[in-house]
Design a protein around this ligand. Structure first.
Ligand SMILES: [Zn+2]
Length: 274
């Protein structure tokens, strides 16, 4: 599943899909073993809400947003204990991991079944219902907060802001004062990943024993088109990330159920099975 190719490029993309933000995420780590700082960027979504007792530590508004490795392990363990979840620090939870809900800022009033702001897949209620019916064990969904929504119709050509930067369209958009009639939208993301596909060969240069940071290069990234899977790629899930490629894949059954409702703003690309 992926976004369509937009004829009008980045402006159309920014206008139709908007951008996301969040209030709660794990801080970055300053690893005293490999001497790198990481986890500042867009975080991987976590499939549970942040407990109240940890909201202050997780606030993205906090000035100090990094912890040393040992402090990070302690904070991750606190979360796992609070939620009574079995998990391993730096494996199941990682620096930068973010909690729901997402805020969406979108320049035009959204009507599509799928929205693709950078870093997330958002779906309409009818698509969420299909995913929850057919893949409830394998997918997490959370309602999205529609924070800023433009009044223009998404079908109109995208406006070009004064700065020329697509992400500035929202700054000049006339916004709805009441968004209760819009949506609802849900963030949906797979809980699992498959094994790496056969044409995505990763050469690991080093792995930090403390924070697990992997320095790697992808040896055959270009051969990812078309997407491929081998017998040992699939791990039995009905929706999943294709290894570490970032692509979201569904089984034929789920794909057919989605196709039947002709969802807008989404493209289904067949994965070649070797
Ligand atoms: Zn490290």
């Amino acid at each position: 599943m992926c976004a369509p190719v937009y004829a009008a490029g980045d402006y159309q993309d920014a206008n139709l899909n908007g951008s996301i933000d969040w209030d709660l995420s794990f801080p970055a780590v300053d690893c005293d073993m490999c001497l790198t700082s990481w986890g500042n960027g867009g975080g991987k979504p976590l499939p549970y809400e942040c407990p109240d007792s940890l909201r202050e530590e997780m606030s993205t508004k906090k000035r100090e947003r990094s912890l040393f490795h040992g402090e990070h392990v302690a904070l991750q363990q606190r979360l796992l204990e609070e939620l009574n979840i079995r998990g391993e620090p730096f494996v199941d939870v990682r620096p930068g991991s973010r909690f729901p809900p997402l805020h969406l800022d979108i320049p035009s009033r959204p009507r599509a079944d799928f929205l693709w702001p950078y870093g997330a897949m958002l779906v309409s209620k009818r698509v969420r219902d299909i995913l929850c019916d057919l893949c409830c064990e394998d997918v997490a969904t959370f309602p999205v907060n529609l924070r800023k929504v433009g009044k223009r119709e998404a079908k109109l050509p995208a406006p070009i802001p004064k700065s020329g930067e697509p992400e500035d369209i929202i700054k000049e958009a006339s916004l709805l004062s009441d968004t209760s009639e819009v949506g609802p939208y849900y963030e949906a993301f797979p809980r699992h990943a498959s094994n790496e596909p056969p044409n995505w060969i990763i050469e690991i240069e080093s792995r930090c024993d403390a924070c697990g940071r992997v320095k790697a290069k992808v040896a055959h990234r270009k051969r990812l088109d078309p997407l491929r899977m081998a017998d040992d790629t699939w791990r039995g899930h009905s929706i999943f990330y294709l290894g570490s490629t970032g692509h979201i894949v569904v089984t034929a059954e789920v794909g057919e159920a989605l196709k039947a409702v002709r969802p807008s703003n989404m493209r289904l690309v067949e994965v070649l099975c070797l």
